[in-house]
Design a protein around this ligand. Structure first.
Ligand code: DX5
Ligand code: ZN
Length: 220
């Protein structure tokens, strides 16, 4: 079954919305960390999440939009983290992948809309997930870039041909309509569509259902 990871970057009250994600049918809390260098804005929710401690019952899917992600790799390794994702556009990608794997945490590589998929090739045997950006990173509530669909297809083909076990996730601009086109996506990340809704579980299930439509049809 496809997983849904909810970002609270668009939230007006982050703690309240994290608790609402906790109580919903979402699979993960997607944590966006921004350094003000790799992307313009800053967002550093580690301390808040640390303080929430046992109130946080969903596993974290951490997305580091940072030029130097070292500190936050170490910090988030001490929380209930399933994935730590860094950007493939950085220098020393290998070093960060190794550190994440040393902690026994699954490693994701995020790829920006303007970056060619070939950049992923050297790392595919070492990572667990590719996070395909559907928008330029840095802000929630942007419109999904259509070309992302072609990119997902290309990445899926590479993963199949290389026989590697790498999941595909997509992040940015995903609402229920966009989800209908996300056939090959294993983990759907969504922010404002869910946190602006009245019923988080309903929004999460709309995403899951819509992204699974074609898989279901093929089985019938
Ligand atoms: C964008 C972030 C996303 C974003 C998702 O830079 O990485 O996680 O907050 O929010 P929506 O779904 O509103 O684009
Ligand atoms: Zn993100």
């Amino acid at each position: 079954m496809k997983k849904v990871s909810v970002s609270f970057l668009a939230s007006k009250d982050e703690q309240r919305d994290i608790l609402k994600i906790n109580r919903s049918t979402a699979d993960y809390v997607h944590v966006d960390v921004m350094d003000g260098k790799f992307v313009k804005k800053k967002h550093k929710p580690y301390k808040m999440l640390y303080k929430m401690g046992n109130f946080l019952n969903k596993r974290l899917d951490v997305h580091l939009m940072e030029k130097n992600p070292l500190k936050h790799i170490n910090y988030f390794a001490s929380l209930n983290t399933e994935y730590i994702t860094i950007h493939v556009e950085l220098d020393k990608v290998d070093k960060y992948i190794d550190l994440i794997k040393q902690y026994g945490i699954k490693c994701g590589l995020a790829i920006n809309p303007d970056t060619d998929v070939s950049i992923l090739l050297p790392y595919l045997s070492k990572i667990d997930m590719v996070l395909v950006m559907g928008v330029n990173p840095g802000l929630p509530g942007q419109e999904f870039i259509d070309d992302t669909i072609k990119k997902i297809l290309k990445i899926k083909k590479i993963i199949v041909s290389k026989k590697v076990k790498v999941k595909i996730s997509v992040d940015g601009g995903v609402d229920a309509e966009v989800a209908k086109r996300l056939d090959f996506v294993d983990i759907i990340v969504s922010g404002s569509y869910v946190t602006n809704s009245d019923d988080f579980s309903e929004a999460v299930e709309n995403l899951r259902e819509n992204a699974s439509r074609n898989t279901k049809k093929a089985k019938e």
